[in-house]
Each structure stands twice: as structure tokens, then as C-alpha cells.
Design a protein around this ligand. Structure first.
Ligand SMILES: Cc1cc2nc3c(=O)[nH]c(=O)nc-3n(C[C@H](O)[C@H](O)[C@H](O)COP(=O)(O)OP(=O)(O)OC[C@H]3O[C@@H](n4cnc5c(N)ncnc54)[C@H](O)[C@@H]3O)c2cc1C
Ligand code: FES
Ligand code: FES
Length: 478
């Protein structure tokens, strides 16, 4: 068996004897890279943020920031990581570290290495450099997108000096080693088997190998970006005897644009989809910024979001409104399941234990009037109390098609069929919308819980359609 190894700050380190559940954060700290901190161990604070080299979208290799507390180190066999220690030294600070220091962006310092790594990933983003110099409250004149820091929390400094530092960084020098690394090929995925204490972590090289393993180990846990699984391991102390990593399988990482549909590979991350689709699917473009933080979106996958079967996952309502289907593949071949028929109960689906989601298919063209309403306590980086997605086609003033996806109002994500019927064929008018909004308030069986009351959830359903109508205003396509 080939020894699993990871490159940290340019140094090759054996991963063994780490256990299959050892997180990258635990591993780094055991090796003395104690700049990376544990704040929450559930992806909420960013104190553990580090840089990871990944296949680029603009450059050949790009540095992305990830939560080291969620990813098992075994998943990074053959990969390259840079921590705050690898960026600069007290004598020779990295430009990002220097800006944070001189602008007073650090007090107790606990969050600082995480901020530095998230900021460095944005510093090196190749398309940041091409920004046109315009600025707003969320973007600096240097093209820095503040949302790059949306997964990092600071309890004592306050965010203004941190923002000042972010908006002050320049472009990397030509001889900057991490910028130069971007011109070379990214690290290849490496087939891995890591065993300890009766537990196994496997990264198969191909889809057929993954399906064979899954067939032989029907109780195996499949992992992609580990943003759900990492929380289960750290917070709920869940352990699996057999873990199969599927996030680097080439068959699950394809993005295909066909005349009548789009195919989105299940293992593409939300950041990859966001950047590669570049706004071409407006409803998805509304979803991405509202889905967790940049740190989470950098590894979280579409397959993982559907794979958990969560009734409050944000992708499902949007994909239901888009009329998407799920391509499920197993030993007997591949089948296409309408997403509206995919979920069968609370965290249950038609997917058999030896099957994987390979891709999601979205029909084209899409309805022109669309909107995603995520109702949560915070505007960004929060879990939905209710999520509503609309895709409505209006022609000649009449509703020609309407698909509405709902999350957070039943034990599965659902289509709002009764509301769709109340809209179909009617004039796109205040009267139709008001009548349909009242129907929408009766869809599903919302519950009272710590996030919201059932009454609030119902009210939000109706309001989202009224707001959708108000937003459509004069621009409604006729
Ligand atoms: C801080 C934080 C914020 C979050 N915010 C949001 C949010 O705003 N909205 C939201 O919807 N979610 C959110 N999540 C949940 C999570 O990030 C998403 O569900 C994400 O899409 C999971 O993808 P993953 O690749 O990380 O899944 P993983 O954790 O790798 O896998 C989760 C499960 O999905 C299944 N799975 C994964 N891939 C496949 C596949 N191809 N085929 C079959 N099964 C598969 C497996 O059963 C696996 O156990 C958040 C999580 C955290 C930690
Ligand atoms: S420790 Fe808080 S996000 Fe990792
Ligand atoms: S400097 Fe103390 S938490 Fe940020």
C-alpha cells in the first residue's frame, strides 16, 4: 500500500498514523501548525481556515480557503495545503498579514490566522486582478469581494479594520511563490486507503470502483465536501466503519451545456458551479450567495446537498422550481428521477444504498421570471426557516407555466402544486397573485420549532409570492 502524504507549506508529511476521522485541523495542530485554531468545529467561525490548491477556473491551479475542522486529512492525500505559517514570518510578513497588522485588524489574534488564509485566497484569485477599480460596500477598489470573509468571525477587533486591510491589498508580485504555483498543474487526486482501529477511509479512482465498493459495503458513508459529514463527526460524535470519498471522481465533476438541458456533476462544488455558470441560470445565481459562506461553498457539493435529504437544504427548492431531475447511478446502470419524485420521507429518497447521485439535469430554456426567497434569521450564512423558489413564465399577460419549490414546510422539499394550479392560465395580476398567495399559505405542514413558528412560516410563503409579483413590476415578460 502506498503511504498517504500531504504537502503542508511545501513540506511533504505522511498522513499515517492519522485515523480516518482525524480532521485536517487536528492533524495540522499535531504537527505544530498551531496557527490554525479550533473555534466551533462545525464550519461556523473560520478560525481553522487554510488554503488548498485546487484545479482552477481561470488559472490552472487556484488557492481556495477551506474549513480544516470539517475535512478528514485522509481526503487530502497528495494535496497541497498552506497555513498562516506558510504565508509569511514575523520578519517577512505576507502582504495580507502586513495589512492586517498595520491597520489594527487583530486584537486577541485567535481568529487572525483564519482571516489571513481566507483573505489570501481572495488575494490570489486570478479574476480579482481584472476588477475595474469600482467599489461598493461589498467590493474594494482592488476587486476584493468581502464575501470571501463571510465564514470568518471575530469577537474583539470589529470588522472595519479587517475590511480596510482587505481593500488595501495590492496584486501579488511576479515572483510570489503561491501566485507562481497557479501557473502549474493542480495536484492530481490520489486513490487512497487509510485504515486504523477497524475503520477504513477509501478514495476510489473511478466511478465503477466506487460502485463496486458501495455494493460490497452497503452501510458505507459516502462523502464529498464533508461539510455535513464533518459536523456529524465533530459535534454528534458519529463514526463510520467505512467511508468512501467520491468528490474527485471525474464522472461526477462534469458540467455539460446541451441545447435542451444542463448537466451539473454532483461533485462540483457550489463555488465551481457559481463561477462556471457565471449567472447564466438566474435562479441558481440567486441561490449561491445565500448558501452558507464562501468557506463552505468551496467544498460543499450539489450531490451532498441532495444526498443528505434534508427538508431545509437550499438547493432542492431551487432545483424543483427549475424542473430538475436527478441522475442516479448504480450497479444496474443509470436512471433519471424527477426531483419532485426523489424524496420519499424525512431524509429518505428513492436512491438505493448502492447508488450514487452522478449529476443533476436542468431542462432548458428556463422560465424568465424567477426568484429565490430564503427566510432566515441572518441575511447570510444561516439555515433557512423557509425557502421558496419560483420559476414562472408569463406570455401575453397570462401565466403560461409556474413551478414553485418549497423547503422547510414539510418532511421533504416539495412542489407547491396547488399554488401552481392557481396561477396557471390566469392573468399575471394582483388579483391572481393574491388568490394564489393565500393558497401558498396552505401548502405543506409547517411546524413550530426554535427557528420559526408555523404561523410565521405560512405568512412568509404568501409574502414571498406577493414580493415576487411586486419585484416583477414593469419588467414582466409578456
Ligand atoms: C456552517 C454551515 C453552513 C451551512 N449552510 C447551508 C446553507 O445555507 N444551505 C444548505 O442547504 N446547506 C447548508 N449547510 C449544509 C451543507 O453545507 C450542504 O448540505 C452541502 O451541500 C453538503 O455537501 P457536501 O459535499 O459537503 O456533503 P458531505 O458532507 O460530503 O456529504 C453529506 C451526505 O450526502 C451524501 N452524498 C454526498 N454526495 C453524494 C452523492 N454524489 N450521491 C449520493 N449521496 C451523496 C452522503 O450520504 C453524505 O453522507 C451548511 C453546513 C455548514 C457546516
Ligand atoms: S473551527 Fe470554526 S469553522 Fe472550523
Ligand atoms: S482578534 Fe480576537 S477574535 Fe478576532
Amino acid at each position: 500500500m502506498v503511504t498517504a502524504r500531504i504537502t503542508v507549506n511545501g513540506e511533504l508529511i505522511p498522513i499515517s498514523p492519522a485515523a480516518p476521522t482525524t480532521t485536517l485541523l487536528e492533524f495540522l495542530r499535531q504537527w505544530g501548525f498551531t496557527g490554525s485554531k479550533e473555534g466551533c468545529a462545525e464550519g461556523e467561525c473560520g478560525a481553522c481556515s487554510v488554503l488548498l490548491a485546487r484545479p482552477g477556473i481561470v488559472g490552472r491551479t487556484e488557492w481556495i480557503a477551506v474549513n480544516a475542522c470539517l475535512i478528514p486529512v485522509a481526503a487530502l492525500d497528495g494535496q497541497e495545503v498552506v497555513t498562516a505559517e506558510g504565508l509569511g514570518t514575523p520578519e517577512a510578513l505576507h502582504p495580507v498579514q502586513r495589512e492586517i497588522a498595520i491597520r489594527g485588524g487583530s486584537q486577541c489574534g485567535y481568529c487572525t490566522p483564519g482571516f489571513v488564509c481566507s483573505m489570501a485566497a481572495e488575494y490570489y484569485r486570478p479574476d480579482r486582478a481584472s476588477a475595474d477599480g469600482s467599489a461598493d460596500s461589498e467590493h474594494g477598489p482592488n476587486g476584493f469581494d468581502l464575501h470571501a470573509l463571510s465564514g470568518n468571525l471575530c469577537r474583539c477587533t470589529g470588522y472595519r479594520p479587517i475590511r480596510d486591510a482587505a481593500f488595501a491589498v495590492g496584486a501579488p508580485e511576479a515572483d510570489d511563490p503561491l501566485a507562481r504555483r497557479g501557473a502549474a498543474a493542480p495536484p492530481e487526486p490520489v486513490p487512497t486507503v487509510l485504515e486504523r482501529d477497524g475503520r477504513t477511509f477509501v478514495r476510489p479512482a473511478t466511478l465503477s470502483e466506487a460502485l463496486t465498493l458501495l455494493h460490497a459495503h452497503p452501510d458505507a458513508v459516502v462523502v464529498a465536501g464533508c461539510t455535513d459529514w464533518g459536523v456529524e463527526v465533530n459535534i454528534r460524535a458519529r463514526r463510520a466503519d467505512y467511508v468512501i470519498a467520491i468528490d474527485q471522481l471525474p464522472e461526477l465533476r462534469v458540467l455539460r451545456v446541451e441545447p435542451d438541458h444542463l448537466e451539473l456533476g454532483a461533485a462540483l462544488t457550489l463555488t465551481e458551479l457559481e463561477r462556471r455558470l457565471a449567472g447564466s441560470v438566474p435562479l441558481l445565481a440567486e441561490l449561491f450567495p445565500q448558501f452558507a459562506s464562501r468557506l463552505i461553498r468551496n467544498t460543499a457539493t450539489l450531490g451532498g446537498n441532495l444526498g443528505t435529504g434534508s427538508p431545509i437544504g437550499d438547493a432542492a427548492p431551487v432545483l424543483l422550481a427549475l424542473g430538475a431531475s436527478v441522475l442516479v447511478t448504480g450497479p444496474a446502470g443509470e436512471r433519471e428521477v424527477d426531483l419532485a419524485d426523489y424524496f420519499t420521507g424525512y431524509r429518505r429518497s428513492v436512491r438505493r444504498p448502492d447508488e450514487l447521485i452522478r449529476a443533476v439535469r436542468i431542462p432548458r430554456p428556463q422560465a424568465r421570471l424567477c426568484g429565490f426567497h430564503k427566510i432566515a434569521k441572518r441575511r447570510f450564512d444561516d439555515i433557512s426557516s423557509v425557502a421558496v423558489a419560483f420559476a414562472i413564465e408569463v406570455e401575453g399577460g397570462l401565466v403560461r407555466s409556474a413551478r414553485i419549490g418549497l423547503g422547510g414546510v414539510a418532511e421533504t422539499p416539495i412542489r407547491a402544486y396547488a399554488t401552481e394550479a392557481a396561477l396557471y392560465g390566469r392573468p399575471w395580476s394582483p388579483e391572481t397573485v393574491e388568490a394564489a398567495a393565500q393558497v401558498l399559505e396552505t401548502e405543506g405542514t409547517p411546524l413550530d420549532d426554535h427557528r420559526a413558528s408555523a404561523e410565521f412560516r405560512r405568512a412568509m410563503l404568501g409574502q414571498s409570492l406577493r414580493e415576487m409579483y411586486a419585484r416583477s413590476g414593469e419588467e414582466v415578460p409578456v
